[in-house]
Each structure stands twice: as C-alpha cells, then as structure tokens.
Write a protein that binds this ligand. Structure first.
Ligand SMILES: NC(=O)C1=CN([C@@H]2O[C@H](COP(=O)(O)OP(=O)(O)OC[C@H]3O[C@@H](n4cnc5c(N)ncnc54)[C@H](O)[C@@H]3O)[C@@H](O)[C@H]2O)C=CC1
Ligand SMILES: O=C(O)CCC(=O)C(=O)O
Length: 378
C-alpha cells in the first residue's frame, strides 16, 4: 500500500492554459486587473493562464515593471507571460482579449470626445484579432467610447462571430446595484437584475423596473422596497450615469480599481455563465433578436440584459415590459449610438484618405515629381 499518497488535489488533471490578451497593460486599470486574471479570481482556481500583454513603445519599460511584479507574486496559475508592442503577437491564439489600451478622458470632456483619438486603435486591433486570434475569442472593449470602439473592432474582424464582441457596462451595473443596496439597506449581493441599457455614457438608462432585493429571506421588487419613483427616475439615473465624471473630478484620474473589478465580473460571468433567473448587462452587437425584443436597431453595440450559459453563449432576456418612460430613455441612447457610429466610420474614412494622400506624396517625391496637394477634409 503506498504509504504517503498525496491528496488528490495535489494532482489536478492537466488543464490547457487559457491565453488572455490585455491591452494597455502598463496603464492604471491593467494594474488592478492583471493580478485577478493570474491568481484565479476570473477563471477559477484550476485554470492556468498565459498573459499576452500589449502596450505602445513608450510604455514598454513600465510594462516590464508589471512583468517583474507578476513574477514576484509567485502565482502558480500563471503559465507564461508575453510582453509586446505588436498587436499580431499580442492577439495570437488568444481565448480572451481585454482591450483597455486607449486614451482616457480628462475633466470637462465627454467620453465621445475620445472617439477621434481612440477609434483608429480599435480598427487596427480588430484587424489583428481577425488575423491571429482563435475564432472563438471573446473580446471585451473597455477603452472609451467603449460601445462604439467595440462595434468598430467587430467590423474589422469579420471572421469572428459578432456575438463574441462586447463592451463593458458592468461598472455602471455595479454602481447602480450599490446605490440601490444603500438605499434599501441590504448587502449589495442581495440586489439582482438591475439593467443598464444602451451606451456607457450620460445617455445610458440604469433601470430597476425588473430588479429585486432579498430582505429577511423574502424577495421584494426594488421599486417596492425604495418606494420613491422621483428618485429612481431622476437622481438615481443621473448619479449612475455621471459617476465616472465625479470620480475624475475627485481623483483627477478616471476610475481604475472599480473598472478592473467590473472587468473581472464581466469576464467571469461570460466564462462561467449566469445563475438561473439572474441576468447581467453587457453591451453587445445587436442582431434581429435584439431588434425584435426591444426595438433596438441592428448593428449597434448596445447594453442589454443577458442570460449567459455555461458554454459562454448568451441570450438577450426578452419579454420584459417597456414603459413609456423606459422607451424614451432607450430611444435617446439609440440616437446617441447611431451618431457615434456614423462619426466613427466617417473618421476612419478620413484617416484612410489622409494615409492615401501621404503615400501618393511620398511616391511623387521619390519619382522627383512635384508633390500633389492633398485635399482631405476632416
Ligand atoms: N467602459 C468603462 O466602464 C471604463 C472605461 N475606461 C476607459 O479605459 C481606458 C483605459 O483607462 P486607464 O487604464 O485608466 O488609462 P491609462 O492611461 O492609465 O492606460 C492606458 C494604457 O493604454 C496604452 N495604450 C494607448 N494606446 C494604445 C494602443 N494603441 N495599444 C495598446 N496600448 C495602448 C497607454 O500607453 C497606457 O499604458 C480609457 O479609455 C478609459 O476611458 C475606464 C474606466 C471604465
Ligand atoms: O469616465 C470616464 O471617461 C473614464 C472612466 C469611465 O468610463 C467610468 O468611470 O465610467
């Protein structure tokens, strides 16, 4: 009889590592997020991961510091680290791509003011994901304006199913749940099914009409527990939608710890699925089903209530009644996303025209011709 057989848990079945790309890896959200991917919080205590970290060349040294710290954490689930400034290396064979890398806004800006600065990043990264990531890759866009960046990314990755692209609205959901919990006097995990509809912007609609709390073992509708429609239709919505700006005003930097926690929640639920009867909000590319369920136009990246299966496939929770108040809110956020979409693709065309004009000028110069005058208007 073997005398000292080690306990079975010391011999876990060999599990293939998941490859997880994080862009903007030298930035502030990444600094709070990466440890949670590498220590099992996101994918569970049996799942090894290989981190594929991307940033731009000026941030390479800082990213090397992050790598040193990862080694110093002595993480048994961390099966490898790739550090790179090349998107084609960063996205190679990845199972998850978490796109943080983008310029953040400063005080006084709206998130959509970042569109021109950031949209080109998501065009390039969409094409790289298309070229080298696994066809099953799940993509989470965090860099703002997150919804429209995710839509652009999906357009430039036509070989990956549109359903595999998402943008983060879980931070808004977490904010809303916390505010409800405080108001109702319960712990935050007793608040379920708060929905964030639409854009991660001031037009988002944080909706408690289908949410409930559990108090003293009994399930109570949030509207019934709070009994203050004026608050829920006014101050509450404003407080959730403007929370990002309030944090910038206080910290002089945008949210990072809470953003990283929201990414953890988003990816964990996408990986493991949601509990029966519970739903979460993610911004996803709308299809005919979303259009039929809630009258949202197709091909916008729109935050919706989703129930997610264990295999990662999700369904839009259909059939929730939409009040006149809610309809007005949904229409406003649809209108903003349509505007952003038009602006994003117009800017991408403009960038392409500028590039073409520059290339023509270079060729003319090389041939000794007079340089053509580029007429490209923004
Ligand atoms: N959707 C959401 O709920 C939230 C979104 N955000 C957004 O997330 C983004 C990142 O925020 P932070 O980490 O605080 O910013 P940060 O400025 O601390 O870090 C951004 C990092 O991205 C890198 N980067 C820039 N261009 C890149 C490119 N082309 N490829 C790879 N990396 C690139 C920068 O070098 C930097 O290291 C911002 O756009 C911010 O507005 C932030 C919080 C919540
Ligand atoms: O508000 C911003 O622009 C950056 C961070 C963010 O999106 C948020 O805190 O919701």
């Amino acid at each position: 009889m073997p005398a000292l057989a080690p306990p079975a848990t010391q011999h876990p079945a060999k599990v293939e590592p998941l490859r997880v790309c994080v862009t903007g890896a030298a930035g502030q959200i990444a600094y709070s997020l990466i440890i949670n991917i590498a220590n099992g919080t996101v994918f569970g205590p049996e799942q090894p991961v290989i981190l594929q970290l991307l940033d731009i060349a000026p941030a390479l040294e800082a990213m090397k510091g992050v790598e040193m710290e990862l080694y110093d954490c002595a993480l048994p689930l961390l099966a490898g680290i790739v550090l790179t400034t090349d998107p084609l290396e960063a996205f190679r064979d990845v199972d998850y791509a978490i796109l943080l890398g983008a310029m953040p806004r400063r005080a006084g800006m709206l998130r959509k003011d970042l569109l021109k600065a950031n949209v080109g990043i998501f065009q390039v990264q969409g094409a790289a994901i298309d070229a080298v990531a696994k066809k099953t890759v799940k993509v989470v866009v965090v860099g703002n304006p997150a919804n429209t960046n995710a839509l652009v990314c999906s357009h430039y990755a036509p070989s990956i199913p549109k359903a595999n692209f998402s943008a983060l609205t879980r931070l808004d959901e977490n904010r809303a749940k916390s505010m409800v919990a405080v108001r109702a006097g319960v712990a935050v995990d007793q608040v379920k099914n708060v929905i964030i509809w639409g854009n991660h912007s001031n037009t988002q609609y944080p909706d408690v009409a289908h949410a409930h709390i559990t108090r003293d073992g009994a399930r109570v509708a949030v509207e019934e527990a709070i009994k203050d429609e004026a608050y829920l239709h006014g101050e509450f919505i404003k407080a959730v939608a403007l929370r990002g700006a309030a944090i910038i005003a206080a910290r002089k930097l945008s949210s990072a710890m809470s953003a990283a926690k929201a990414v953890v929640d988003h990816v964990r639920d996408w990986h493991f699925g949601t509990r029966s009867g519970e739903f979460v909000s993610m911004a996803v590319v709308t299809d005919a089903h979303a259009a039929a369920a809630y009258g949202i136009p197709e091909d916008l990246c729109f935050s919706l209530p989703l129930s997610i299966k264990e295999d990662g496939h999700y369904e839009v929770v259909a059939g929730l009644p939409v009040s006149d108040f809610a309809r007005g809110k949904l229409d406003a956020t649809v209108a903003e996303l349509e505007e952003e979409k038009a602006e994003a693709f117009a800017h991408i065309e403009y960038l392409a025209a500028v590039k073409k004009a520059e290339e023509e000028a270079k060729t003319a110069h090389a041939n000794g011709d007079a340089a053509p005058v580029a007429e490209v208007s923004a």
